[in-house]
Write a protein that binds this ligand. Structure first.
Ligand code: NAP
Ligand code: ZN
Length: 347
């Protein structure tokens, strides 16, 4: 089936309207009419070839929500009309140890929702800036939020799970003091989720203008990280730091804020490395530096259900598809509160 989409033909070209092909649903497939798609900073990194290996045409988008349009003969969990989501993963080997544990995100053969290998034309996956998508049922999530919240649910499929998974893995909860660094799409979800898990959240931002907004999201305290005195007030006090910053920056000032045995987990994926941290910030208090990649399918469902139960959605600005290039520029200027979501009816 030919459908309309938005994508780019090269890293230095703007996104434009395109036509793409979607496969006829197979026995295990769910065909989804996409209602909304969130705009992740990874979309910018990928479509502009800031990471290695972008294939063109590139149609980004991995924060997909919509309605089931059709299902294959062997699909048992979904039926036409259901509200569903698709995140960053549309396939994996399905038999390795990681897939067996529901950690498809760490499968060596994980197929991303865009730029991943596929038998479908043109040989790589094409994402959610499009009218519809066909996905194996294993990688489709159920949305139980009220339908009127659907647009604001979209960012949970990447920004939500990417922050939820490390918060759970490092067992964040009541009695913990948790830092969230970088208050963008991921960071604002990190604040909401850590707060809902019962932690005392400290937001770290480079933007003075986000001070009040970060409190409204659930942060108990806000630190403008360029201000050394404000940073010093939190020395050796944090159990865990989630760092979502999309650009290389000095990690050392944040290590000094961790308690003994504290961990800072990086989820931001800048195209060039952070300066190497000094050893002493780590060895003096047996601190750890870690990383985390999105989350597996069962945990993504758990996160969606947790958010529905706690009334959590993203703070969004809905845009028309033709506004996407401008939205990218605004994201790079930090001018978004906190996630752009495309109204796919405008494609
Ligand atoms: P975003 O909305 O653009 O937010 C990034 C935030 O980082 C900004 O709002 C800003 O926060 C801070 N920041 C940006 N440039 C900075 C600089 N030069 N110095 C210091 N702080 C800066 O991006 P996002 O969609 O949240 O994505 C964040 C990063 O996570 C991206 O690199 C993305 O590719 C990556 N990502 C990783 C995963 C994963 O699985 N690990 C999944 C999704 C995305 P303040 O204004 O508060 O300082
Ligand atoms: Zn993403």
């Amino acid at each position: 089936m030919t459908v309309k989409a938005y994508g780019a033909h090269a890293g230095d070209q703007p996104l434009e309207a395109l036509h793409i092909e979607r496969r006829t649903p197979g026995a295990q497939d769910v065909q989804i009419r996409i209602a909304y798609c969130g705009v992740c900073h990874s979309d910018i990194h990928q479509v502009r070839s800031e990471w290695a290996g972008t294939l063109y045409p590139c149609v980004p988008g991995h924060e997909i929500v919509g309605e089931v349009a059709a299902v294959g003969a062997d699909v048992t969990e979904f039926k036409p009309g259901d509200l569903v989501g698709v995140g960053c993963i549309v396939d994996s080997c399905q038999h390795c140890v990681d897939c067996g544990m529901g950690l498809e995100n760490y499968c060596n053969h994980m197929v991303g929702t865009y730029n991943g290998p596929t038998a479908d034309a043109p040989g790589h996956t094409l994402g959610g800036y499009s009218q519809s998508i066909v996905v194996h049922q294993r990688y489709v999530l159920r949305v139980s939020h009220p339908p009127e919240q659907l647009a604001a649910v979209a960012p949970l499929l990447c920004a939500g799970i990417t922050t939820y998974s490390p918060l759970r893995h490092w067992r964040v909860g009541p009695g913990h003091k948790v830092g969230v660094v970088g208050i963008g799409g991921l960071g604002h979800m990190g604040i909401k989720l850590a707060h809902a898990m019962g932690a005392h959240v400290v937001a770290f931002t480079t933007s003075e203008s986000k001070r009040d907004a970060a409190r409204a999201l659930g942060a108990a305290e806000v630190v403008v990280s360029r201000n050394a005195d404000e940073m010093a007030a939190h020395a050796q006090s944090l159990d865990f730091i989630l760092n979502t910053v999309a650009a290389p920056h000095d990690l050392d000032p944040f290590f000094h804020l961790l308690k003994r045995d504290g961990t800072m987990t990086l989820v931001g994926a800048p195209s060039t490395p952070h300066p190497s941290p000094g050893v002493f910030g780590l060895i003096m208090k047996r601190r750890s530096l870690a990383g985390s990649l999105i989350g597996g399918i069962p945990e993504t469902q758990e996160m969606l259900d947790f958010c529905a139960e706690h009334g959590i959605v993203a703070d969004i600005e809905l845009i028309k598809a033709e506004e996407i290039n401008d939205a990218y520029e605004r994201m790079l200027r930090g001018d978004v509160a906190y996630r752009f979501v495309i109204d796919n009816a405008t494609i």
